[in-house]
Ligand binder design. Structure first.
Ligand code: NAD
Length: 366
């Protein structure tokens, strides 16, 4: 029997509530598919600030380094919002952990089951068969990390802030390969999104992507789109996309737009894959729900656990090669939410779910 060793970082708000359910699901799936779990939990985000004085403590980094993957909840909340921006959980935990493990590829499925189209803000006739796209976002380059990044005071006393957008050929090529791999397993179409009419980084991005696809994946249909148009097209006709592929900041914005049209943040999982391989020969990765800590409903037992459970499925697929187990979880979630159990989150005007009941139903449907 194989043992899957991973770090569990529940974080803040609803993080621990939905993580408990995801771990229950993983345990049951393990018995069905003949693997054992060996996981260690550690603090990250606000709880880590409270317990260790920093959002990403050394002890947590060590737990992650000793693991083959990280199952992550979410971080942040009102309690820590008055801290200086650099010390706040999202900036002091999420960006450093991505950098520490070179998590350069964010894979975010945008999935809305046809039975749930009324949960989407889009008109039903635009998405009669639901939504099924994947957003591939570069995660460790671009304007979030480029230097110089600073706020200075000019001689006349006014302040000036600067962020720098930087990309190298090698950074673009390695994320292009993730887009290719993703498209090969799906509809074999990639739309690369940039702003090549204005930005130098985008001119390079478009040229490198075009050359890389021509050389390594001529069978994949590659198209290019400016980011402003891509935002419009997502709202107009999302299923024109198969794989939506873009740099860091554009991906941050577009993947949230994709999230909202999919009806519920509580349903959307994501994988952030690293440049290194784990001891099993699969990519080291961090797996987390697309939403945040939902402070408005935390502690009430009404958070939708599906995004966390589907994140665990992505972990099984990408970092442990457990394809059948991952598919079984995804099927159980689909069966559960399409057979009457509401998927809602309050922000979308839907009925809240009972976290534990939903977990139990998913376990029954496994
Ligand atoms: P949010 O995603 O936490 O919440 C937005 C809305 O969606 C809320 O109404 C919430 O109740 C609902 N929601 C989200 N997930 C849900 C779920 N699983 N089930 C039911 N409803 C759900 O975004 P926000 O309110 O902007 O941010 C709250 C905190 O989370 C902030 O501190 C923010 O910095 C942090 N955050 C963290 C991450 C992360 O850790 N990756 C991502 C986004 C936001």
């Amino acid at each position: 029997m194989k043992t899957l060793k991973f770090a569990v970082l529940p974080g803040d708000g609803i993080g621990p509530e939905v993580m408990d359910v995801a771990l229950d699901v993983l345990k049951v799936v393990g018995t069905k598919f003949d693997f054992a779990l060996d996981y260690e939990s550690a603090d990250i985000g606000g709880i880590a600030i409270d317990n260790h004085g920093t959002a990403f403590p050394e002890s947590t980094r060590k737990v992650c380094e000793d693991s083959a993957a990280i199952l992550f909840g979410s971080v942040g909340g009102p309690k820590w919002e008055s801290l200086p921006p650099k010390e706040q959980p999202e900036r002091a935990a999420l960006l450093p952990i991505r950098k520490a493990f070179s998590l350069y590829a964010n894979v975010r499925p945008g999935l809305l089951y046809p039975q749930l189209t009324d949960a989407s803000p889009l008109k039903k006739e635009r998405i009669p068969d639901g939504i099924d796209i994947v957003c591939i976002r570069e995660l460790t380059g671009g304007i979030y990390f480029g230097q110089p990044k600073a706020t200075t005071t000019l001689e006349n006393g006014e302040e000036q802030a600067i962020d720098t957008m930087v990309y190298k050929t090698s950074e673009i090529e390695r994320i292009a390969q993730v887009a290719i791999d993703t498209a090969r397993a799906r509809g074999k179409r990639v739309c690369s999104v940039d702003k090549a009419n204005v930005l130098e980084t985008s001119v390079l991005w478009r040229r490198v992507v075009t050359e890389y696809f021509a050389k390594h994946a001529p069978e994949i249909e590659l198209s290019h789109m400016y980011v402003d148009n891509a935002a419009m097209q997502l709202a107009r006709d999302p299923n024109q996309f198969d794989v939506l592929f873009t740099e860091n900041m554009f991906g941050d914005i577009l993947s949230d737009a994709m999230g909202v049209i999919c009806g519920s943040l509580g349903m959307l999982a994501s994988a952030s894959l690293g440049a290194t391989q784990n001891s099993l020969g699969f990519p080291f990765g961090l797996y987390e729900p697309s939403g945040g800590t939902a402070p408005d409903i935390a502690g009430q037992g009404i958070a939708n656990p599906c995004a966390q459970i589907l994140s665990a499925a992505l972990m099984l697929r990408y970092s442990f090669g457990q394809l059948e187990a991952a598919a079984a979880i995804e099927a159980a979630v689909e069966k559960t939410v399409t057979s009457g159990t509401r998927t809602g989150d309050i922000a979308f005007g839907l009925q809240p779910v009972d976290t534990k009941t939903m977990g139990t139903t998913i376990l029954k449907n496994l």
